[in-house]
Ligand binder design. Structure first.
Ligand code: ADP
Ligand code: MG
Length: 682
C-alpha cells in the first residue's frame, strides 16, 4: 500500500512499471527482452518507447532531453537537446525519435580520454543504458547512457561496469549450477554506498578561495574544539541541517532513491547519507545524483556542501563506503553465512573467492580508490591505510567448525547475546580500522573517497571475483561430491590468501611492519598506484574478460596522471595567490599596528619580531613554491612530473602551511579576514 509520505516516490522516474503502463504489451515485451540481452531493440519499438517517454516528460514540464553519462572526470555529464523540430511548413513541433533515444552523439572533445580520441576521431557516442531508468532533473529528461569512442573504446565509467556485471553473473551462475542450484539463471552484484559530506555556511565558503577552487582548506589552524569530545558523532542534528536533510530526502525519493540513513559523522559539521542498496549500476548512477542533489539543496539552504575527501586538517575526512554483496535471481545473498550446512558451504566458497580476488588484485583496489584528494585522507588515523587487508572476524572459523561438526548445531557456533537470549549474536563484529570488513552478509570497502565514483572499484571487484569463480568452476566441474570438493577448495584458497586476512588494528605502525613481512603491497600515494594501472597483471585480467583492452588501460593511466598534475598544480597556485594577495598584506598590516604603537612593552617588541620572522618565512617559502613549480614543469612531463610534484611540491606546501597556521594563531582578529576553522566548523 502506498504511504502518504511516499506519494511522490519515483514520480520523476520513467521506471519499467511506468513504461508498462504507457506502452502496448507487445512493445513492453520487446523492451524486456532487450533488457535481458535476449533481443535487439528494433527502431519501431524504440520509436514507441521514445514517444511515451517524451509525452510523460512533457506532462512533467520537460522541454529537453539529455544523454546523461559518467565520463572519466568522475562527474556526471549531459548535453541538453530540446524536444523541438520543424515540420514541412516550418512550424515548430515536438520530436523525440527512437534513434535519438538509443544513440546520442556528443563532440565532448574536451572531456578526458587519455589520448583515445585526440588525433583522427573526436566523436564520442552515447548509447542508452536500458538497465538504469530515465529520470527528470529540472526541465530535462535524463537518459543514463554509456559513452564510447568511434572505435567502441570506453570513455566512461559505466560501460566497463556493465560488462563486468555480465561477466560476474555468468561465472557465478556456472558455479551455482555446479553446486546444484539449477534454477539460478543470473546473479546481480548489489551495492549500498554511504556518502559522507561536510556542510559549511555559504557566505563563509565564498570568502575562501581555496575552498571554492580546490574543495579544501589549504591551510588553517586547528579548531579549539575539534572532535576530541566525540560529541558530534550521532549527536542531535541541528534544526537547520534537519531542514536541509528533509529537502534532500524529498528530492531523492521523487527520483526513486531510497534515501534511508542519515546522521552526524565524527567531525564537526560532517554528516552521512546512506540509501538502501540496489543493483551496482543503479546504485552508482544514484550516487552521482545524490552528490548533485546534496550540492544543489545545500545552496538553497545557505550552505556549501563539501564532498572533498579532506576539507580540513586534523579532523576526519570524508569517505564513501562501498557495501557489496551478490544476490541471485532466486533471492539468495551469496555472502550470507546462512544457518544450514549447505548454506555455510556456499558462503565459504563465494567468500573464499572474494578474499582470494582481493589478495590477487589488491593493487587494483588501491588504484580504484586513489586520487590526489584522497591521498590527504587515506592512511591518516581515521581512514584505512594503503595496505589492503580483509577483516573476517570469527565467521570463517565458525563456518569451518560448523562444517566439520557431525551434528548440525548452529546455535553453538553463533551464540546469543548475554542476558538477551532472544537476540542472536552478530556473526561479524566491526573493525573500523580495516579497509575491507565482512559485516554479516556483505563486504564493506572503506577506502573510496567521498567525491569519487565507485565505478572502477566495483569493476575491479566484479572482474577479479569472476576470475576466481571461474577457476573454482574449472576445479569442481568433474568432481563427484561437489559440495565436499568446494569446501576443500575454499579452505585451500583461504590458506593461500591468508596474508591478506588481518583482524587487528590497521592504523598501528606494527601492522605496517607486519604487512611488509607478509609481502603485501604497500602503496603510499595515488601516483604510486598509477604505476599498476596498465601492468601485466591488470592487462591479463581485463583483456581476458573484455573489460578493458591495453589501449584503454594506457588511456586511463594517462587520465589519472594528468588529473594528479592538474589538481596539485591548482592547489599550489591557489595557495600562492592567497598568500600573496591576502596573507602577506595581513601580516604587513599587523606589523604596522605594532610598529606604529607608542608602547615600548617588551611583549610588543616580541610580537613584532615574531610577525617579521613569519613574514620572511612565509615570503621565502612562497617564492620557493613558485620557483619549484616552474623548474619541475620545465624539466619533466607525464608520470615523472607527477612524481616530482609528489616529492617536492607537496612537502613545500606542507611547510608553508605550518608558517601560515602559526600566523593565524597570533593574527589580529580585526586584520585576519579569512574565515578560520573556528568560524567554519560551528
Ligand atoms: P554502517 O553501520 O556501516 O554505517 P549504514 O546503515 O550507514 O551502515 O550503511 C550500510 C549500507 O549498506 C546501506 O546502504 C545498506 O543499504 C547497505 N546494505 C545493507 N545490506 C546490504 C547487502 N546485503 N549488500 C549490499 N549492501 C547492503
Ligand atoms: Mg554508515
Amino acid at each position: 500500500m502506498k504511504n502518504c509520505l511516499f506519494e511522490d516516490f519515483a514520480s520523476l522516474v520513467f521506471s519499467p512499471s511506468l513504461m508498462k503502463e504507457r506502452v502496448s504489451a507487445d512493445v513492453y515485451e520487446l523492451f524486456e527482452k532487450a533488457l535481458k540481452n535476449e533481443a535487439q531493440l528494433d527502431l519501431s519499438t524504440a520509436n514507441k518507447i521514445a514517444l511515451a517517454m517524451k509525452e510523460w516528460a512533457m506532462e512533467k514540464g520537460c522541454t529537453h532531453y539529455a544523454h546523461w553519462f559518467l565520463p572519466l572526470t568522475g562527474i556526471s555529464a549531459e548535453k541538453h537537446e530540446a524536444f523541438i523540430s520543424r515540420d514541412k511548413d516550418h512550424q515548430p513541433i515536438t520530436e523525440f525519435s527512437g534513434k535519438s533515444l538509443i544513440k546520442g552523439e556528443s563532440d565532448a572533445s574536451s572531456l578526458p580520454s587519455g589520448g583515445l580520441r585526440e588525433t583522427f576521431e573526436a566523436r564520442g557516442y552515447n548509447y542508452w543504458d536500458l538497465t538504469s531508468p530515465a529520470f527528470i532533473r529540472e526541465n530535462v529528461l535524463c537518459i543514463p547512457s554509456v559513452f564510447v569512442s568511434f572505435n567502441g573504446e570506453a570513455l566512461d565509467k559505466k560501460y566497463p561496469l556493465l560488462k563486468s556485471i555480465d561477466v560476474l553473473s555468468k561465472q557465478s551462475v556456472a558455479l551455482l549450477n555446479i553446486l546444484g542450484y539449477k534454477d539460478v539463471s543470473s546473479i546481480t552484484p548489489v551495492l549500498g554506498l554511504e556518502q559522507e559530506y561536510f556542510l559549511v555556511d555559504r557566505p563563509l565558503y565564498k570568502q575562501r578561495l581555496d575552498l571554492q577552487i580546490t574543495g579544501r582548506t589549504l591551510f588553517g589552524a586547528p579548531t579549539l574544539k575539534g572532535q576530541e569530545l566525540n560529541d558530534h558523532y550521532y549527536g542531535t542534528i541541528p534544526t537547520r541541517v534537519i531542514a536541509f536533510m528533509k529537502e534532500v530526502d524529498e528530492e531523492l525519493w521523487k527520483l526513486g532513491i531510497y534515501a534511508q540513513t542519515e546522521h552526524n559523522e565524527a567531525a564537526p559539521c560532517q554528516f552521512e547519507l546512506a540509501p538502501l542498496f540496489d543493483n551496482v549500476n543503479i546504485s552508482i548512477d544514484q550516487n552521482q545524483i545524490i552528490m548533485d542533489v546534496l550540492k544543489r539543496v545545500a545552496y538553497k539552504h545557505g550552505y556549501a556542501c563539501l564532498l572533498h575527501e579532506k576539507p580540513f586538517d586534523k579532523i576526519n575526512g570524508s569517505g564513501k563506503h562501498n557495501n557489496y554483496s551478490l544476490v541471485s535471481n532466486t533471492g539468495i545473498n551469496l555472502f550470507d553465512p546462512g544457518s544450514t550446512k549447505e548454506e555455510r558451504g556456499r558462503f565459504l566458497i563465494f567468500s573464499a573467492c572474494f578474499i582470494s580476488a582481493i589478495a590477487s588484485y589488491s593493487e587494483q583496489i588501491v588504484l580504484a580508490c586513489s586520487s590526489a584528494a584522497n591521498d590527504y585522507r587515506l592512511g591518516a588515523n581515521e581512514a584505512p591505510p594503503a595496505v589492503i587487508s580483509v577483516y573476517m572476524g570469527d565467521t570463517i572459523q565458525s563456518t569451518l567448525a560448523m562444517l566439520a561438526d557431525e551434528k548440525l548445531d548452529d546455535a553453538k557456533h553463533k551464540g546469543a547475546m548475554y542476558g538477551l537470549s532472544y537476540v542472536p549474536k552478530d556473526t561479524a563484529d566491526r573493525n573500523r580500522t580495516s579497509p575491507i570488513a565482512f559485516t554479516g552478509n556483505k563486504f564493506e570497502l572503506r577506502s573510496l573517497g567521498s567525491s569519487m565514483s565507485a565505478s572502477f572499484l566495483d569493476v575491479v571487484l566484479n572482474t577479479a571475483l569472476a576470475e576466481k569463480i571461474e577457476e573454482a568452476c574449472e576445479y569442481l566441474k568433474d568432481k563427484k561430491d561437489t559440495f565436499k570438493a568446494a569446501v576443500e577448495y575454499a579452505q585451500e584458497l583461504l590458506e593461500k590468501s591468508s596474508a591478506i586476512l588481518f583482524d587487528g588494528d590497521c592504523y598501528s605502525a606494527k601492522w605496517r611492519a607486519e604487512a611488509k613481512k607478509r609481502g603485501l603491497t604497500i602503496i603510499n600515494s595515488s601516483i604510486e598506484a598509477c604505476h599498476y594501472a596498465d601492468d601485466e597483471k591488470a592487462s591479463r585480467l581485463y583483456n581476458k574478460y573484455g573489460i578493458f583492452n591495453d589501449t584503454e588501460l594506457k588511456a586511463h593511466k594517462g587520465v589519472l596522471i594528468d588529473q594528479y598534475i592538474k589538481y596539485t598544480a591548482l592547489e599550489a597556485k591557489t595557495m600562492r595567490k592567497m598568500v600573496n594577495n591576502e596573507i602577506i598584506p595581513y601580516i604587513i598590516e599587523d606589523i604596522n599596528i605594532c610598529a606604529n604603537s607608542f608602547s615600548t612593552s617588551a611583549h610588543l617588541l616580541k610580537r613584532l619580531e615574531k610577525l617579521e620572522n613569519l613574514l620572511d618565512d612565509i615570503g621565502t617559502k612562497n617564492d620557493e613554491l613558485e620557483e619549484c613549480l616552474l623548474k619541475l614543469n620545465q624539466k619533466y612531463k607525464g608520470e615523472k612530473l607527477a612524481l616530482a610534484y609528489r616529492k617536492e611540491i607537496i612537502p613545500l606546501m606542507k611547510e608553508l602551511r605550518t608558517y601560515l597556521d602559526a600566523y593565524e594563531q597570533i593574527a589580529s582578529a580585526a586584520v585576519y579576514k579569512l574565515p578560520t576553522y573556528d568560524r567554519l566548523l560551528v
